[in-house]
Design a binder for this molecule. Structure first.
Ligand code: PEP
Ligand code: MN
Length: 357
């Protein structure tokens, strides 16, 4: 049986980094007792700045082996080049994973693909740090071309310039599109690296389950606050248990002979709607700021707020454009009266402030 084809959700847990033998073995024991079948731990850690903890290196592989011997749990670790790959294979690691800073680089992915050519080893491929679906799919194709059949994708969010609440923006449209294009590759969510903080893990995991992801990789540490890497996002095995118990696992499909996948489709469409709604609000916010700037110019030059000709042409253009987009005149009128009124209100505030001075 394919290692990733298990009952949903497939859960992979373990520390961001292997720190010492005792930590690795004890964490594996606790997770194994919870029924977790796959243990993760980073040995070689890609860190943004040097002089941070960069992983314990090869010695950690022996600790992982010891944890497997004690508990029977399967092992996965991150590999970023041919040398890591060879050492991980030699140590009997069960699943390799390619991190976000590696899947971004076709040279590095190819080097790993060449190192596993002809070897039967499952591989998980994280999305690249930038929101580029072709690069992600390209990495999968390189591993497939090396003859690997057991492949899973991991969605860990994308680096973004906006100051969102996430460490890495989830950009759900991208894994959804990936799933649509590569239907046979299981999709695992990594809420830990999306969130960057533990209080968001539950809601991100729930969202992943509602979007029909196959599983989750969640960073788990015996003493999260004192972890040597990613301290803010790790949770104890006890809290992992609570998180998993709180998850609502919905049916993949409810029997509906005519439209068997309606729930999945519904959730995907709703995600689209949420993203469009966000865009609408952001654009209206920008429009309002521009209206305020116009208010300042009008005020300075002593001209009236309402410019009837201008308003008339805005509305007429919007109705024409709306018609082409299938939006009724009634709707455009309602929308534009509201937007225009808000602009006038904002400009009025600017005028009043001048009167007070
Ligand atoms: C990790 O899983 O610890 C890690 C380094 O993740 P990413 O490649 O997603 O940053
Ligand atoms: Mn980490």
């Amino acid at each position: 049986m394919n290692i990733f084809q298990r009952k949903r959700p497939l859960v992979i847990a373990g520390p961001c980094s292997a720190e010492n033998e005792e930590q690795v073995i004890n964490t594996a024991k606790e997770l194994s007792a919870l029924g977790i079948k796959i243990f993760r731990a980073g040995i070689w850690k890609p860190r943004t700045r040097p002089n941070n903890f960069e992983g314990v290196g090869t010695i950690g592989l022996q600790w992982l082996k010891a944890a497997k011997k004690e508990t029977g749990i399967k092992l996965t670790t991150e590999v970023a080049n041919a040398k890591h790959t060879e050492e991980a294979l030699k140590a009997g690691i069960d699943i390799l994973w390619i991190g976000a800073r590696t899947s971004v680089n076709p040279f590095a992915v190819q080097e790993i693909a060449d190192a596993i050519k002809g070897i039967d080893i499952p591989v998980m491929i994280k999305n690249p740090i930038n929101p580029d679906i072709e690069l992600w799919i390209g990495a999968v194709e390189r591993i497939q071309k090396a003859g690997i059949n057991d492949i899973a994708a991991i969605h860990r969010g994308f680096s973004s310039l906006s100051n969102s609440k996430y460490r890495n923006d989830p950009d759900w449209q991208i894994p959804i599109e990936f799933k649509r294009r590569l239907r046979n590759i299981p999709m695992i969510c990594d809420p830990s690296h999306i969130a960057g903080r533990r209080d968001l893990l539950q809601q991100i995991s729930q969202k992943a389950m509602d979007l029909n992801f196959d599983g989750m990789m969640i960073e788990t540490h015996l003493d999260p606050d004192n972890a040597l890497s990613d301290a803010k996002q790790q949770i104890t095995p006890k809290n992992l248990k609570i998180l998993l118990n709180n998850l609502i696992i919905r049916h993949r499909y409810k029997t509906n002979a005519k439209f068997p996948q309606y729930e999945e489709t519904l959730e995907e469409l709703r995600t689209k709607i949420d993203e469009y709604d966000n865009l609408i609000l952001e654009i209206i916010g920008k429009r309002m700021n521009t209206a305020k700037d116009i208010g300042k110019v009008k005020n300075k030059n002593n001209i009236t707020i309402l410019q009837t000709n201008r308003w008339d042409s805005i509305l007429k253009n919007a109705i024409l454009k709306g018609e082409k987009l299938g939006l009724s005149e009634k709707f455009i009128n309602t929308l534009y009266y509201a937007i225009h009124q808000e602009s006038i209100d904002n400009q009025t505030i600017i005028f009043r402030n001048k009167e007070k001075r």
